[in-house]
Design a protein around this ligand. Sequence first.
Ligand code: FES
Length: 177
Amino acid sequence: MNTKESESQETNNSGVSRRGFFLKVGVALNALAASLIAVPLIGYVFSSFTRKGPYQSWISLGPVVDFPEKHTRLAKYRNPFTRPWDGATGDIPCWVRRVAGEEFQVFAINCTHLGCPVRWFQDSRLFMCPCHGGVYYEDGSHAAGPPPRGLYQYEYKVENGVLWVRGGQLPTLSEPV
Ligand code: FES
């Protein structure tokens, strides 16, 4: 039997050969697999364009009288952009320094070196980082150790005797010093 005869035997009544049929099925399956991989990839690439922002809002830290003058206190606010299942991870700690009257400084708790939580020491009036020995003065400026800059500060405002912090977005090294 020559090649022409075998090809004609593979062809059915509708004129489609078995080889042609499997070729089309193979192409269709490959196209399906490629689109299943491409859809999440394209979604990831374009997600930064569709994200609504900025992710920040004003959150109460409590009455001003809770923060005595010339003292630094640990406070906490609930990130307004968390989901119910975020649990305790949505609670953001910060250091609040009341300089005088309605003048405050609200610091992110994270060290600007690698993000460890800094601690406040009232006696020495210093913030210290337990990870690599980073030290900050009470105004948040860099004193010693590896951190490249002072502590990150949140915007704040005082309204009707209540201290508000502008939170929701974690600071990065691109923040102004
Ligand atoms: S993380 Fe604070 S000094 Fe390294």
